[in-house]
Write a protein that binds this ligand. Sequence first.
Ligand SMILES: Cc1cc2nc3c(=O)[nH]c(=O)nc-3n(C[C@H](O)[C@H](O)[C@H](O)COP(=O)(O)OP(=O)(O)OC[C@H]3O[C@@H](n4cnc5c(N)ncnc54)[C@H](O)[C@@H]3O)c2cc1C
Length: 488
Amino acid sequence: MNPSRPHVVIVGGGIAGLAAAFFLRDEPVRVTVLEGSPRLGGKLSVSEVAGVPVDEGAEALLVTRPEGTGLIAEVGLAGDRMAPGTTSSAIWTLGALRPLPRRQFMGVPADLDELTRSGVVSDAGAVRASQDLELPPVTRDGDVPVAAFVGARFGAEVVDRLVDPLLGGVYAGRSCDLSFDATMPVLAAASRRYRSLAEAAGSLLPPPGGTRSGGSVFTTLSGGLGQLPVVLAKASGAEIRTGAMTRALSPAPGAPGAGRGWRLTVGSAAADELIDADAVILAVPARPAGRLLAGVPGASAAVTAFGEISYASMAIITLAYPRSAFPGASSGSGLAALGLSGYLVPAVDGRDVKAVTFSSVKWPHLAEAAPGAEPLEIVRCSVGRIGEEALLQRADEELAALAAAELAAATGVAGAPVVHRITRWGGALPQYTVGHLDRVARIRTAVAAQPGLAVCGAAYEGVGIPACIATARAAAGQVTEFLRGGRQ
Ligand SMILES: Cc1cc2nc3c(=O)[nH]c(=O)nc-3n(C[C@H](O)[C@H](O)[C@H](O)COP(=O)(O)OP(=O)(O)OC[C@H]3O[C@@H](n4cnc5c(N)ncnc54)[C@H](O)[C@@H]3O)c2cc1C
């Protein structure tokens, strides 16, 4: 490490902060990552359940965008990539597990006959949905909630039983609040070219009967996606500090005018430490980003916009059962007999669990990894739709019991799980509500006016890991460009 090199400080050691550090590894800079918690990785974390490493947070990486798989390859983990056993999902609604229509885009159906056959909506709901093909265009001025636009085309049932649970699976949010432009940008753009929204959705899918070339759209790592942060941190060559909560950010004192560096206050009020930096990347959620920018003159527009981004909290309840507990066990296939990677549960069906992943079916290597004579089935249940915070106040044992009871009702599993693990994620997912794109534009404009400051992470252009990595690459590029300019 060369102390005479410009110093870049990255606040936040989640996937975005660590990716930004990695992208700076070949630049003539000294990089420090300040992670407030004792652990790196943020929403990426893995721990053992019954001796098997199972992700506690993010578990599936989209391969249709290059950023995630590219980074995995660059850090030398390509050989650890695992393919899913199945990605067929279901909706648990109207009293049964019903296949998620294959020809849909984030729940927006492209094939209305398939929607009818799926039984996900009632007969009356299917008739209403088919009106999309005849209705005059629905015009919209500016951003609208997903539910408003999709509901106007297909009716409330498609929104409630398909789109809402799918959006809930990604954002833990509700379609009546989430922005059509921000959460489904490609479909929102296509919907301006087609009168029918089903046709617009179809234009984004492979042709009927066709499949995407190259296999599944998801991948994971054999040791869990949660193994990526530590490997990334090491590969970045940066100085990595955990337990380094950054409490304040301000222009470096004595710097006449802007552009002469930054000062960060780190640690507890009783024993704080001052760190100077030539450039700073904030890779933290909206709330801490807003708090840190409050000390920066001229950044009030960003502070206000950050304050408008709310977060959903959730919990992941991981359960393990002996394979024989599932009805399909007599055929030897256990949970795999259902042919599903899991199911989503619409809020209108009144259940607490909103999504279930059959982890040992979706990722067969997990079933094989279980030590002991009998294979284990591992299931992840997710609770906490936005507004359901009271549910998350319940004790671990209660959450495990309610998840097990609902799983039994859906799958017929007998008996109690042999192990349970509860992971609570406070402030888990930013809500891209109506106006999100405008909020992000205000933040980006205000931050760009601050010399040597950049932001990245899930609060901006997508919550998925590839989108977070894309913002990290952009932030690394911005500070590099600034520092190069400064040296001219
Ligand atoms: C349960 C769950 C499941 C998910 N599943 C998937 C999935 O399967 N696939 C997918 O692509 N995405 C998934 N996501 C979304 C994705 O994991 C996240 O959006 C992404 O990991 C966020 O990364 P980040 O670096 O932006 O933020 P974070 O992971 O939140 O990292 C920010 C870091 O900053 C630290 N920090 C905060 N304030 C300070 C401060 N003042 N000083 C120092 N450090 C600070 C935090 O401790 C944290 O470590 C999931 C999210 C959750 C919660």
